[in-house]
Design a protein around this ligand. Structure first.
Ligand code: PMP
Length: 357
């Protein structure tokens, strides 16, 4: 740690226990490698985004952006049959997650979440000394809802489909959870477009004032580079969050790009369909190669090889300039998580796997 000479420790002592976020592995972004390790969308964003940027008057950038992201909130509200007062936008859904912790939890509180899941919930909790109760999923990664409730936590975070596993929790189960739990329930729907809108907990907004649904433009809209996410919840929760967010938390370019992409629903449907078709094909082919493949409703597949170790396959693919994800955490260590690439990328991956196995 860093004591400055002659000064007391300037930061909170618990900061010493944290580490900065660095992506596991970040290969070149120039298309020269097959990068299927971060659940990015292999297709470009909507052509409406290109059109918009082509005609963009850079002089607008001397103005501050719309502080409340109001036009974007209105668009999102209208798309879900809700009011803009039930929507809040953030600099990626990660910022919205941080904001949720800041507004709803304090030092000593506990939040519960399944294990495995998106690791950022714990990263944020650690910063403000909120405890995280991890509730192990079943062998096939089914989430133990009663286990989550039994922790007595003040809030429950569920990524649906779940991060790392792709497993979808049916809407009915979320409703059952909300019927017996009064704490804050955050349903993180980063991957929901790949599962089908009918599975979204947005349909339960209005009926459950303790529910927050999180969304992002990073996955299905191919826009992780602009950092836009949002949440939908009861007006009273959104109002509380609005009081605690940064003044201009979503920049102007991100706001207008997000609006252009959200307005192009036919493009979203086409790219999502292509990704889902490739996912189903990759699942079949991995089965044929002897992998165990966990059922996924997201834009990635978690799988377990049997002929060779996950680590060996990871390294072999890496040497071929194909980057998949290999975790070293319990439950995931002998598995690979493969994001769905273009049809050509999936073919290339399969060709190399067939050669190696
Ligand atoms: N939630 C889940 C479950 C995710 O996997 C991710 C992306 N890694 C995020 C939220 C954050 O997405 P972003 O900050 O790009 O909106």
């Amino acid at each position: 740690h860093c004591y400055l000479e002659g000064l007391p420790l300037l930061y909170r002592k618990s900061v010493d226990t944290l580490s900065p976020y660095v992506p596991g592995f970040q290969p070149a972004m120039d298309g020269s490698v097959i990068k299927i390790n971060s659940n990015e969308n292999p297709y470009p964003p909507s052509p409406k985004v290109k059109e918009l940027l082509g005609g963009f008057d850079f002089r607008q950038l001397r103005y501050y952006p719309d502080a409340t992201s109001q036009p974007l909130r209105e668009l999102i509200g209208a798309q879900h049959g809700l009011s803009s007062r039930q929507v809040l936008c953030g600099n990626g859904s990660d910022e919205v997650i941080s904001l949720i912790f800041k507004v709803f939890f304090e030092q000593g509180d506990t939040v519960a979440t399944p294990y495995p899941t998106y690791t950022f919930y714990k990263s944020v909790a650690d910063i403000i000394n909120v405890k995280v109760a991890f509730v192990d999923t079943a062998e096939d990664f089914v989430i133990d809802l009663q286990g989550l409730v039994n922790t007595g936590a003040k809030g429950i975070f569920i990524a649906n489909p779940n991060a790392q596993t792709g497993r979808l929790l049916p809407l009915q189960s979320i409703e059952e959870l909300l019927n017996r739990y009064n704490g804050l329930v955050v349903i993180d729907e980063a991957y929901i477009d790949f599962a089908g809108q009918q599975s979204s907990a947005v349909h339960l907004i209005g009926a459950y004032p303790n529910l927050i649904v999180l969304r992002t433009l990073s996955k299905s809209y191919s826009l992780c580079g602009i950092r836009v996410g949002f949440c939908i919840a009861d007006e009273s929760l959104i109002h509380a969050m609005d009081k605690c967010r940064d003044s201009y938390n979503v920049n102007h370019l991100s706001q207008i790009i997000a609006a252009a992409a959200l307005s192009d629903q036919p493009y979203l449907e086409t790219t999502v369909e292509r990704v889902v078709r490739s996912r189903d094909k990759l699942e079949d082919e991995l089965h044929k190669l002897g992998f165990t493949v966990y059922p996924s409703h997201a834009n990635f597949l978690l799988c377990k090889p049997h002929q060779r170790s996950a680590a060996d396959i990871y390294n072999y693919l890496k040497a071929q300039q194909i980057y998949v994800r290999h975790f070293d955490s319990p439950r995931l260590s002998d598995k690979l998580r493969i994001s769905i690439g273009t049809e050509e990328e999936v073919e290339s991956l399969l060709r190399h796997l067939r050669q190696y196995l």
